[in-house]
Design a protein around this ligand. Structure first.
Ligand code: NAP
Length: 543
């Protein structure tokens, strides 16, 4: 710590006015905005380059499920006009190429330190400054700390005995090597069947010699219907960006899809079926967030939607026993983040693919040769962990964040996060969070831009009023906490275990359902945060 403090002192002359942790979509945009205020900013990024999620998640088949033309930054008309998305749902290499282009275009890299994993961030109550220490021991000091950690950056490995003993090649999907992995004709095993696994499985199934999928919980999944963007579409998209982003502003998830005002239980069976067939045949998340308004809140409506989706799986998977295993039984359609797929279910019709339901034959251990279940040993050359993330709060837990009096954020959030608007953490002055817990989440870049703009407004206000410190007020935090709980209460999704409800069985203590997002919708969220700004931030305390 002494060395770290000395280093902090040495940095004092060119001391940044703000430190941003993370150079993904959020951190990059926050840097752009703070520079506009004329601030000196230091971004600290664990990865070797920009991109965050899109830097780390290079697994085969990685691509996003948001329409490409709704995903990019909207702040620069020139950027929008010069960038051509090649597909309606872009693949990871294209998204990373885009973020590299943004970094170059706005000369962002000069303020970013790469390979700089933050270990600790401690607030000094007497100087109102954060000291941020890297894994290397180097430290940086600044009055403001902005976390742009991403809700899905703390990946987790399965807690299966013998993991270290595996003699073949093993990778988590979020740490896929840049050079790729040779899977041709190999015996490959994959643990997990979430959105990541589904993309990986459908992409590698033809290339590998044999694929064994170890499934604990099947997930509902709907067709992505991706395709290239034609030259004509490209022109149309570029001409209509203002309308596209305005449309995203009007929906509750910031996607172009809007919930249908009808109720599944109020229309005829024929109308219901026709609508679901239409949605199933359309690209993107329409079937999830553009469905009948009662599907995600009413158990009966949800059961009907689940039955429709189950029918589709039975139609697509030839072996009825395998089809039944692929149909979720412990959660309804859309109550977990819906994976979108391209031929996923048909993979199980291939002779070289085997589905192992580990509820029937649990994994006992990982051995040097592969995976041993209670029934047999599966010999593998390559093992893929598509086992997900300690969502939302996990990235915060992995940094030793301490506020006044040494209060640890991890302890303060042990039961549940305590925030105001999801952007400030109770008990941690001058810590501003982009996409922290209790913010609206949907089409992520859209959410990020709004949050970053709001935080930038707050920083501008502080600078304009010579304020060195901002923190929450207890009554405002409690009011927000109650509101966040109420907004989540009626949703079927709130009762289902997933990363979105804070459950991760590979992490100790992550087995209780929590509310980690704001589910009153992006429009309501925006209305509330804008009102706080318009009122002069009276709900916050300045010093
Ligand atoms: P995930 O949805 O949490 O899935 C993890 C999978 O691993 C689950 O099937 C889980 O089973 C399984 N698993 C974990 N530990 C296990 C263990 N010890 N033994 C056996 N199985 C185990 O994670 P993800 O697939 O990485 O996706 C996370 C989120 O990333 C998505 O929901 C989405 O928001 C985002 N994502 C987006 C895209 C996109 O935009 N296209 C693509 C990929 C991911 P249980 O369900 O039983 O726990």
């Amino acid at each position: 710590m002494v060395a770290a403090a000395q280093q902090a002192d040495t940095n004092a002359s060119g001391r940044p006015e703000a430190i941003i942790i993370g150079a993904g979509i959020a951190g990059m945009y926050q840097l752009v905005r703070l520079r506009e205020l004329g601030m000196r900013v230091q971004v600290l990024e664990a990865g070797g380059d920009v991109g965050g999620t899109w830097y780390w998640n290079r697994y085969p088949g990685a691509r996003f499920d948001s329409e490409s033309w709704t995903y990019g930054y909207s702040f620069s008309a020139e950027l929008l006009q010069e960038w051509n998305w090649p597909e309606h749902f872009a693949a990871q290499p294209d998204t990373l190429r885009y973020l590299n282009h943004v970094a170059e275009r706005f000369d962002l890299r000069r303020d970013i330190r790469f390979n700089a994993r933050v270990n600790a961030a401690h607030f000094d109550d007497s100087t109102n400054a954060w000291t941020v220490t890297l894994e290397s021991g180097e430290a940086f000091c600044a009055p403001l700390l902005i976390s742009a950690l991403g809700p899905l950056s703390a990946h987790t490995l399965p807690n299966i005995p013998g993991r270290e003993s595996f003699a073949g090649t093993a990778h988590h999907t979020a740490r896929w090597p840049c050079a790729g992995v040779d899977l041709k004709d190999k015996r490959v095993g994959i643990i997990g069947t979430g959105a990541t696994a589904i993309q990986t499985i459908q992409t590698i199934a033809r290339e590998v010699g044999h694929l064994t999928v170890f499934q604990r919980t099947p997930n509902w999944a709907a067709p992505l219907h991706n395709r290239p963007i034609t030259a004509e579409e490209q022109l149309r998209i570029k001409a209509s960006y203002p309308e596209i982003f305005e449309r995203c502003r009007q929906t509750s998830t910031c996607f172009i899809h809007q919930t249908d005002p009808r109720k599944a239980l109020e229309v005829s069976a024929a109308e219901r079926e026709a609508f679901w067939e239409k949605l199933y045949a359309e690209p993107g998340f329409g079937i999830w967030v553009g469905n009948f308004q009662d599907v995600l809140v009413d158990a009966e409506a949800n059961a009907l939607a689940s039955a429709f989706m189950a029918k589709k799986i039975r139609e697509r998977v030839k072996d009825p026993t395998v089809a039944e295993k692929l149909i979720p039984k412990n959660h309804g359609f859309g109550t977990r983040r819906l994976p979108l797929e391209s031929g996923y279910f048909e993979v199980y019709n291939q002779p070289n693919v085997r589905l192992v339901d580990i509820n029937e034959t649990p994994i006992e251990c990982i051995t040097p040769r592969g995976i041993r279940t209670t029934a047999e040993e599966h010999e593998l050359d390559v093992l893929i962990y598509a086992t997900g993330f300690d969502g939302v709060t996990g990235p915060y837990d992995r940094i030793d964040i301490r506020g006044p009096g040494g209060l640890r954020l991890k302890d303060a959030w042990a039961d549940t996060p305590r925030t105001y608007l999801g952007m400030l953490a109770e008990g941690f002055p001058n810590l501003l969070m982009v996409l922290g817990p209790h913010t609206a989440r949907g089409n992520i870049p859209r959410n990020i831009e709004e949050i970053v703009d709001w935080l930038t407004g707050l920083v501008r206000h502080m600078r304009g009023h010579d304020q060195a410190r901002v923190e929450t007020r207890p009554e405002a935090v409690q009011e927000w906490a109650d509101h966040v709980e109420q907004a989540a209460a009626g949703l079927l999704f709130s009762q289902v275990r997933s990363w979105q409800t804070g459950v991760n069985r590979n992490v100790e203590g992550r087995d209780v359902l929590r509310v980690l997002g704001y589910y009153g919708g992006a429009v309501a969220y925006r209305r509330q945060v804008e009102a706080v700004a318009a009122g002069g931030y009276r709900e916050l305390r300045f010093g």
